[in-house]
Design a protein around this ligand. Structure first.
Ligand SMILES: [Fe+2]
Ligand SMILES: [Fe+2]
Length: 287
């Protein structure tokens, strides 16, 4: 058995577990004594194993290689709705009564943003924000697709979840990567930082020609919990980052808390969203 095989048999199995863990933590903080649901406790072991693999393997060299491998166009062309349906093949069937499909999560996020009267590009950003998870369908292991993200090439913040697993990361033995700025400079701006590889960074590059900068920023950093929730890595940001991070924070509750048991009606919503997609994206884009 390879180290990855235990969680890679079902590529999306632990994706909801990651969010359940976060929701359980948020609920516990908000309501002492509250348990979100028993599943969260069971999920904890798989989440921990997920982060062991993620923190061990996300090195600077790994990220640089993935940035080259997944240049948009390397995996063909697809429309946005087509990509949503493609991603939807991946369903965690271990808990069919409560788990939303990927399309349903995207529609719930977008509908929650729409209900609050936000601009059309914000709604559209909600609709597409997780489409980078199709990396799973290109054969990438979970630890290189989902989970909290963090800069590589500099010291790991202790605000990163399961920080202790970085002791297994080979970059630990590269002193030039273990200072607060590492290969970067103070205040250099996040656009100059290599983030751990996953669906956020991948979709940012795919969507870059089409969405406003605020939307792209939300996509690129929506899993950067050490910064948007932990307030870490401020020393690498510039004023522009600080301004745009307000959008990342505005987006986060829609991603995390829009998970409702009421499933959106995909057929009814499709015409509205196809029209919205066509306002910003061509019929096919490069993946
Ligand atoms: Fe995501
Ligand atoms: Fe999401």
């Amino acid at each position: 058995m390879t180290p990855d095989s235990a969680i890679d048999d079902n590529p999306l199995k632990d994706m909801d577990a990651l969010d359940d863990e976060r929701l359980a933590t948020a609920a516990a903080i908000a309501t002492p004594g509250h348990v979100y649901r028993d599943y969260a406790a069971e999920a904890r072991a798989s989440v921990k194993e997920f982060y062991r693999l993620n923190h061990t393997n996300q090195t600077l060299d790994f990220v640089l290689a993935k940035e080259q491998e997944f240049v948009p166009g390397a995996h063909g062309e697809m429309g946005i709705w087509e990509a949503m349906e493609f991603l939807n093949q991946l369903v965690d069937d271990s808990d069919p009564d409560t788990d939303l499909t990927q399309i349903q999560h995207l529609l719930q996020t977008a509908e929650a943003i729409r209900a609050d009267g936000h601009p059309d590009w914000f709604i559209l950003t909600g609709l597409v924000h997780d489409l980078g998870k199709i990396l799973c369908l290109f054969g990438e292991p979970q630890w290189a697709v989902v989970g909290d993200t963090f800069p590589v090439g500099c010291a790991w913040s202790d605000k990163i979840v399961y920080h202790e697993f970085f002791q297994h990361n080979p970059d630990k033995d590269r002193p030039e990567l273990q200072t607060p700025c590492g290969i970067y400079s103070d205040g250099c701006g996040l656009q100059n930082i290599h983030m751990s590889w996953g669906h956020d960074e991948y979709l940012y590059h795919v969507a870059k020609p089409y969405l406003p900068e605020e939307g792209l920023y939300m996509i690129r950093y929506h899993s950067f919990y050490p910064a948007h929730t932990g307030a870490a890595y401020g020393h690498l940001m510039n004023d522009h980052d600080r301004e745009l991070f307000k959008w990342v924070k505005a987006f986060n509750p829609y991603d995390l808390y829009s998970k409702s048991p009421v499933r959106p009606n995909v057929t009814e919503l499709k015409p509205f969203y196809e029209e919205l997609i066509a306002r910003y994206f061509p019929a096919k884009i490069k993946w």
